[in-house]
Structures are given as structure tokens and as C-alpha cells.
Design a protein around this ligand. Structure first.
Ligand code: 5GP
Ligand code: MN
Length: 338
């Protein structure tokens, strides 16, 4: 964030505001962690702020300090709507495009609030008064750390803020192992630990929450995996029936896509997950090295994200989506073989 943006944010926060903080739909640890980290900071400044999530999020995130104050637009609709309509300032966190907030999109499009975007996805859209976008950052939580320290210094990072932000960094870096992890990420995490982030507890709460059904669902996804050697690609899928049989709960498939990349020589891993209720196939893309899944998802599956991690969707059925995908691989033969 440059010094002009810092000045502009300070000016906005120096006036009374009704602040709403919004993560993307199906929020993950980085989305929830960044919203709550920012929420604690604003509350500690004496400002009025509310987090409104477009929909529910996994149980393994529901321990974070402040989680009980989040309004779920699907469940607490009228209360959330009231907050959204009264908002004078709106922070949008961990997404780059207003189409990423599901049912909140039309509400935000007609809102008269000023917008501040803080996000690390590529190609940010141009809807905000202040856009703090940095695709080199590991996570939005890392950006919230820089946002707070630039505005106010490290003293304002409380233990609650530290626990929220550490959670998002751990989520988006896969516990500091993905390529987006930098020396700055480690320094940020170290400071957050000094401020009271409980690293072992956080890792345990986010990653060690398996139910037997979830592990069996993972087994199912691994069994369904198809390896296409000539394109260095591994894809898998889960049908609605398979999800139902394993008593699927939100968040259960988190991380499944990464297993494909652990196979030697695989550069591109994909999972297709059927969602009968929404009538779509939700797709997650991961890559190792130069191959940009952000561009791939954008070009072919209404999606986007980062160079090595992106998402998208298909409106067709599972077999049509998969066969379209496998045919497309031919066009990327050189990139996948380089
Ligand atoms: P995941 O595969 O874990 O759902 O998402 C991987 C990354 O891509 C995340 O940073 C997520 O925010 C982004 N992403 C997931 N789905 C979509 C999508 O439909 N559109 C866009 N633009 N980004 C997505
Ligand atoms: Mn993120």
C-alpha cells in the first residue's frame, strides 16, 4: 500500500463510519482470518464494524476469535441486509471481482458505500476507491498485517488479531510450503507468534479435524484419480452421490486437489466436484512451476485465482466437463512439457 493510500485510509477512518467487511463466497481460512483480523483492529479503534459472509464456512474455522459475530447472509438475511444497506464504508477481502460474493453481488453493485479492496489475486477489478492489491503476497491475512502496521504500527496487533491472521497465512501457504511463501511471510508469521499466535493450536484446529467419513471421501477421490502422463496432469472428481454417501460437510474436500501434485512429474492437478443444488461442477486447479492455472481457469472455466492455485466452474454435467477439460490439454502440450 503506497503512502497516498495510507493517507486516504486514515482520512476515511478518522470520520464516523458504518463499516462492513466482506469475504468471498465459500470463505476459506484466509478470507475469514483476514475479515476477523481487520474487524478486531477496527473495533479496537472504537469504530463500528460488522463482518457479513455471503454464506456459511467450515466448522474447522469456527473457533477463531470473533467468529460468533459474523453475519451469514443466507441464515441471518434481514440483519445482514440492514448492515449492508446502512454501510458507508465497505472492505472487500480476499477476492478481486464483485462476482465472487454470490447473492451479495447485486447489493454491493448498488451500494453507495466507499469500497476498499485488500486482496492478493491477480487482475483486480476496478470497483474500489482504494485498491490494495498485491499478487506477490502469500495471503490476504499477510496484507492485513501490513495494512495495520503501516497505518498504526505493530503495537495494534493484539493476540486475537495475531491468531486470526496466522490462521489465514497457514491456510493459503499450506503451512508455509507453497511457492507463494516468502521470507516476508515468515517474518510476518514470526511477529504474529510474538504477539500471541498459538501456532501448534492453529495448525491442529485447521488441519487435524478429520472425520472418518472425510478420510474415506479422500480415499474415493484418490481412487477416482486419472493420470495423463503425456500432459503431466492428474485429475480427479467427486460426484454428488459420492459426497452424499460420505456425509459431506462444507470444507471436507479442502486440500484434496493437492494430492495430484505430490506425484513425481505431475505439474497440473485438478478436481471436479459436483454440486447438484447449484447445478454446477466446482473445479479447483493447482500447478507447480510456470504453468498458470489462473489463466487456464479464466480462459475456460469462468474462474481465476493465482498462478499456482485457481478455481472455476462448469454448468455442464460431470462427464461433459471432464471431456472438455481433457481435450483442452492438447492446446497446452508445450507449456505442460516445458
Ligand atoms: P479453491 O480451488 O481452493 O477453491 O481456490 C483456489 C484459489 O482460486 C483461491 O484463491 C480462490 O479464491 C480462487 N478461486 C476459487 N474459485 C474461483 C472462481 O470461481 N473464480 C475466481 N475468480 N477465483 C476463484
Ligand atoms: Mn487468499
Amino acid at each position: 500500500m503506497n503512502s497516498e493510500d495510507v493517507k486516504a485510509v486514515r482520512a476515511l477512518l478518522s470520520k464516523p463510519q458504518r463499516i462492513v467487511i466482506i469475504p468471498h463466497k465459500n470463505p476459506d481460512g484466509d478470507a475469514i482470518g483476514s475479515c476477523l483480523g481487520l474487524w478486531h483492529y477496527l473495533k479496537n479503534l472504537g469504530l463500528e464494524a460488522t463482518v457479513v459472509a455471503p454464506n456459511d464456512y467450515p466448522k474447522f474455522l469456527k473457533w477463531m476469535p470473533g467468529t460468533e459475530s459474523i453475519l451469514n447472509f443466507e441464515k441471518q438475511n434481514s440483519q445482514a441486509l440492514e448492515v449492508l444497506e446502512a454501510a458507508s464504508l465497505c472492505f472487500t477481502l480476499d477476492f478481486n471481482d464483485l462476482s465472487r460474493v454470490g447473492q451479495l453481488t447485486p447489493i454491493l453493485l448498488k451500494s453507495t458505500a466507499k469500497f476498499i479492496m485488500i486482496d492478493h489475486h491477480r487482475s483486480p477489478d476496478n470497483y474500489a476507491t482504494i485498491t490494495y492489491s498485491d499478487p506477490k503476497m502469500s495471503s490476504t491475512c499477510e496484507m492485513i498485517y501490513h495494512f495495520i502496521t503501516k497505518l498504526d504500527g505493530k503495537d495494534k496487533i493484539t493476540e486475537d488479531i495475531a491468531n486470526c491472521l496466522y490462521s489465514g497465512i497457514v491456510t493459503d501457504t499450506g503451512s508455509f510450503k507453497f511457492a507463494a511463501t516468502t521470507s516476508t511471510t515468515h517474518r510476518t508469521a514470526a511477529t504474529l507468534m510474538e504477539k500471541g499466535a498459538d501456532n501448534a493450536l492453529i495448525q491442529n484446529r485447521i488441519f487435524d479435524t478429520n472425520s472418518p467419513e472425510r478420510l474415506q471421501l479422500l480415499g474415493c477421490a484418490l481412487k477416482n484419480m486419472v493420470i495423463i502422463k503425456e500432459f503431466h496432469t492428474a485429475y480427479t472428481f467427486l460426484t454428488q452421490e459420492e459426497l452424499d454417501t460420505h456425509n459431506y460437510k462444507k470444507g471436507d474436500t479442502e486440500g484434496f486437489v493437492n494430492y495430484g501434485l505430490t506425484i513425481e512429474s505431475i505439474k497440473f492437478a485438478v478436481i471436479f466436484i459436483e454440486n447438484k443444488e447449484e447445478g454446477i461442477i466446482k473445479i479447483s486447479f493447482r500447478s507447480q512451476g510456470q504453468f498458470s492455472v489462473n489463466e487456464f481457469a479464466r480462459a475456460h472455466f469462468h474462474g481465476g485465482g493465482h498462478t499456482n492455485a485457481a478455481g472455476g466452474k462448469s454448468d455442464s454435467d460431470m462427464s461433459t466437463a471432464i471431456s472438455r477439460f481433457t481435450k483442452l490439454l492438447n492446446d497446452y502440450k508445450d507449456e505442460l512439457n516445458s
